[in-house]
Design a binder for this molecule. Structure first.
Ligand code: FAD
Length: 499
């Protein structure tokens, strides 16, 4: 049995009393605070443990957003597309097919983008997909600017670590946080846990799940880093003349590093990023986090040396450009909320009255078709005044793989912020919020298309119907025949084939 120390009780300073407290400023938390302010809420505090917004995205250098369109239709919009509209005028800040180019089979465009992972849907008739690469440091600046525009409504607290919920019975009343100023309390009418690891909801008594299936993508930690002085176009030409060189490169990098590693394009031709998947690590355990940092850094010089020798035409002058300031956390603890998303959400295309996001994702079961994410998947069981958007969304160990992408974190964050604002406006709590009003604000004011909403372009739904919501895949058909996708879908096998 490990030793325990009984910490003496003490009184702490109440730092503030606010309407909405968002803990965690990643893509989910940033969107939640912003959407709440834009929906009319005031007195919002957005607390972040580091000194910038974005979490995995800006700090973990996850610099690619996939599957924003399905065929030629754009389903994921709202704050996600706003990022790119705002970054677009900045030189080399974004790269990827435009919305208007999605679905195009133009051979010139397909040729232009085929070396940029995720931008082309390959097959008999290759076509473009809107997947966007961006410069994380420019996004950091832009995320601050977005908040500054709401400075009268949102107070940002950087370098503040939320450590405990303040509970009264089953109601969350605020959060205790730590900073250089010590331990202090913030009281709030609504708390949004957007820490990605359920740091707050795990201490409320609400049920939650632990790590994803350890053989799938979700439980792998990563430390992303970037290589400069390269020429990505020349690398693509080099690959073209060498069949299977891409696969071979991936295998060799994995051998050198000791874990799967992949070089991927960036928004600049002279820089690429190195994504990696470190198995059997828990991104909510300090020792595993420490090991992951050291393990990946230890491989960087060897990887660069290998690239210089293997492909001098593109990597002769390669150098270590930078290392992500924070470790990449894919998944640790997840909410077991009022609704748990499963692979059946992808294999049967169910419709939900409380839909808050209608997103194309990266999922082989339904060929990346849009699925509906219900409000109940961010609503904890048995605890009030709390919402939990982002990568710790309520999903089982399979579905989580397709729901932690950046758009889904932004989408659920945006909806959480609006729900909090509406609940306060109507004098009710987030459990009983008028979901129709939340949906109206999403669609009408915040550019988020939702199915069956009178103001959403009806073409989108017709388009999905015509294409059977992607349920023409073998695995979807098998699932339909079996009546349950979990019995026919093997995530481990699929992950291993993919890797
Ligand atoms: C290596 C890697 C590659 C990936 N590849 C892709 C990809 O190509 N495309 C894609 O779309 N998605 C990808 N993902 C997934 C995606 O990046 C994340 O799931 C998503 O960005 C998570 O957003 P979030 O806001 O839910 O969580 P996070 O980004 O983790 O944000 C949580 C925020 O809360 C802060 N925080 C945490 N705990 C506390 C606390 N107690 N108090 C205060 N603040 C706290 C953190 O500092 C952070 O800013 C990848 C993830 C990784 C790690």
């Amino acid at each position: 049995m490990s030793k325990v120390y009984l910490e003496p009780a003490n009184s702490i300073n109440v730092y503030a009393e606010c309407d909405i407290l968002v803990v965690g400023g990643g893509s989910a938390g940033h969107s939640a605070a912003l959407a709440a302010a834009r929906a009319g809420a005031k007195n919002i505090i957005l607390m972040e443990r580091y000194g910038y917004m974005g979490g995995d995205v800006t700090g973990g250098y996850v610099i690619m957003v996939p599957a924003l369109t399905w065929y030629e239709k754009s389903f994921v919009r709202g704050i996600q597309e706003e990022w790119f509209t705002r970054l677009d005028p900045i030189p080399q800040a974004v790269l990827g097919p435009k919305i208007s180019q999605a679905g195009s089979t133009d051979p010139f465009l397909v040729e232009t983008f085929k070396g940029i992972h995720g931008c082309v849907k390959f097959g008999e008739n290759p076509s473009l997909v809107r997947a966007v690469y961006f410069e994380p440091n420019q996004l950091k600046i832009e995320m601050d600017k977005m908040l500054l525009e709401e400075r009268d409504r949102i107070k940002v607290l950087y370098h503040s670590w939320g450590v405990r919920p303040i509970m009264e019975g089953n109601e969350v009343k605020g959060v205790i946080f730590e900073s250089k100023e010590g331990r202090q309390a913030i009281f709030a009418k609504v708390v949004i846990d957007a820490t990605g690891d359920g740091d707050i909801f795990r201490q409320t008594g609400t049920p939650y799940m632990s790590l994803a299936n350890s053989e799938t993508r979700s439980d792998k930690t990563a430390l992303v880093w970037r290589i400069g002085g390269i020429n990505w176009d020349l690398y693509q030409e080099w690959l073209r003349t060498r069949p299977n060189a891409d696969r071979q490169m991936y295998k060799t990098l994995g051998k050198i590093a000791g874990f799967p590693s992949m070089i991927i394009a960036s928004s600049r031709n002279d820089v690429c990023w190195v994504n990696n998947w470190i198995p059997n690590k828990d991104c909510a355990k300090v020792e595993d986090l420490t090991k992951s940092e050291i393990m990946v850094r230890d491989t960087m010089r060897d990887v660069i040396e290998y690239l210089r020798e293997a492909c001098p035409v593109a990597f002769r002058n390669a150098y270590l450009y930078d290392i992500a300031p924070q470790l990449g956390a894919r998944c640790s603890y997840r909410l077991e909320g009022e609704h748990v998303m499963t692979v059946n959400d992808f294999a049967f295309a169910p419709k939900y009255d409380d839909v808050i996001a209608w997103h194309s994702t990266v999922c082989p079961v339904n060929d990346n078709a849009p699925i509906e994410i219900p409000y109940r998947s961010i609503l904890p069981k048995g605890v009030d005044n709390l919402l939990c958007p982002g990568r710790h969304i309520s999903a089982d160990d399979i579905a989580i793989d397709w729901l932690t992408l950046i758009p889904q974190c932004i989408g659920t964050g945006q909806a959480a912020g609006i729900a909090a604002a509406v609940a306060l406006e109507q004098g009710t709590n987030v459990r009983n919020v008028d979901i129709k009003r939340v949906q109206d604000i999403l669609v009408v004011d915040q550019d988020v298309p939702l199915p069956r909403h009178p103001k959403t372009d009806p073409d989108l739904e017709e388009f999905c119907e015509e294409r059977e919501y992607g349920l023409y895949t073998e695995v979807a058909k098998e699932a339909q025949a079996a009546g349950d996708a979990r019995s026919v879908y093997d995530p481990v096998k699929l992950y291993q084939q993919h890797m």
